[in-house]
Design a protein around this ligand. Structure first.
Ligand code: FAQ
Length: 335
């Protein structure tokens, strides 16, 4: 009901001044009623900007996230492992495409979002600035990075913005396969030779803390959380999701016979949760500021891929123009 009242169909991408109290009240009522906001609905500026930021950064993460795994494609230990890894990396490219498409419904083009990434104005997930040094990292990335991604993204399937929520449903199904293939690599390595088990342990040691940082700053430092929660973009806080992830992951690591690099990790029987040591937020800030182990390398590769792809985009555009011309001529001839 509210959606209809607010639809301004002949004025797509209607952005509202956030101080229009009647529209704001109706907008919040849509959200509170668990209805979806759709691209042509009226929405406050700040809601649009938050989604443009989050969805595009999510898309950038999927695309940049292909690099650490791409590093191991030519060195996968068997044909089966290679085919599985290739399929996973292709899925990530697909996730990037769904997400750019969802972000474009907010009135900015993919090229504009892309330009923000290449110029360094837009962020992508901190985790992809860490190197993948051994084959076990393919296991750790699937198990932990995709595991954290799922924990964060399942609630996004209920996000108030329709196109984002719908994209997330398919993405989560695929992420679930990614997480399992990663865990299966970890199971194989931890039941293998002592050297293989040591390799799995080393990957866990290096990825554990950076994965916890994926959930974002602690709630007290999270500047976007209050608005995103009010607008039901976020359903759980950064710290809540981090805790859910830790609670789910520790038993999985124990099953592998591996240890976690946190001496303060303890199960609290009273709360049913694992308590953990302090996260090194200075490292997180450094990585976000561009000074992580691989920030420069990731952007260099992305920029090179963009430059090398120019001729493909030009050829596709020329072909589309040619087809449009042909259709126009055929239409005139038929009239
Ligand atoms: N890295 O106020 P908050 C994947 C920034 S996909 C970098 O708490 P918010 C699949 C944040 O942007 C992984 N920056 O922000 C895969 C903001 O800065 P800004 C990506 C971060 O938005 C697997 C500032 O800190 N997933 O892994 C990070 O409310 C394997 C303040 O933070 C998504 O993007 C970070 N970790 O909450 C692919 C999920 N954390 O923008 C390949 C969607 C925070 O003002 C291989 N995004 N920042 O300059 C979200 O759920 C949220 O955006 C959060 C952050 C939870 C990430």
């Amino acid at each position: 009901m509210y959606t209809q009242a607010l639809n301004e169909k002949d004025a797509p991408f209607t952005t509202g001044r956030s101080d229009d109290p009647i529209k704001l009240e109706r907008f919040q009522a849509i959200i509170d009623a668990e209805d979806k906001v759709e691209p042509n609905d009226w929405m406050p500026d700040a809601y649009r900007r938050t989604l443009q930021r989050q969805i595009s950064q999510h898309a950038h993460s999927e695309v940049i996230g292909m690099q650490p795994e791409g590093n191991w494609l030519t060195r996968a230990p068997s044909l089966k492992r290679k085919a599985t890894l290739l399929a996973k990396i292709q899925d990530e490219a697909g996730h990037g495409l769904y997400l750019y498409a969802a972000a474009e419904t907010l009135g900015m083009s993919r090229e504009e979002y892309y330009e923000q990434l290449l110029s360094g104005r837009a962020k992508y997930s901190s985790i992809f600035n860490y190197p993948s040094l051994t084959w076990a990292d393919m296991g750790a990335i699937g198990w932990l990075v995709d595991g954290a991604a799922i924990m964060n993204q399942i609630p996004l399937c209920r996000c108030s913005y329709g196109p984002y929520a719908r994209a997330m449903i398919r993405i989560c199904k695929e992420e679930s396969f990614h997480q399992r293939q990663g865990y299966e690599i970890m199971v194989t390595l931890s039941r293998g030779t002592p050297a293989q088990k040591a390799m799995a342990q080393d990957a866990l040691n290096r990825f554990y803390w950076p994965v916890l940082m994926m959930f974002g700053p602690s709630d007290t430092e999270s500047m976007h959380s209050a608005d995103s929660t009010k607008w039901k973009i976020k359903r759980f806080s950064n710290d809540e999701l981090r805790q859910k992830f830790i609670d789910a992951t520790i038993p999985q690591g124990q099953h592998l016979g591996l240890t976690f690099p946190d001496p303060d990790l303890k199960f609290d029987a009273a709360t049913g949760h694992w308590t953990h040591g302090e996260i090194d937020w200075s490292e997180f800030k450094r990585v976000l500021a561009g000074d992580g182990p691989c920030n420069r390398q990731r952007m260099k590769v992305r920029k090179a891929a963009d430059a090398e792809g120019t001729w493909v985009r030009e050829a596709a555009a020329a072909y589309a123009n040619k087809r449009a011309d042909r259709q126009r001529i055929a239409k005139i001839a038929a009239e």
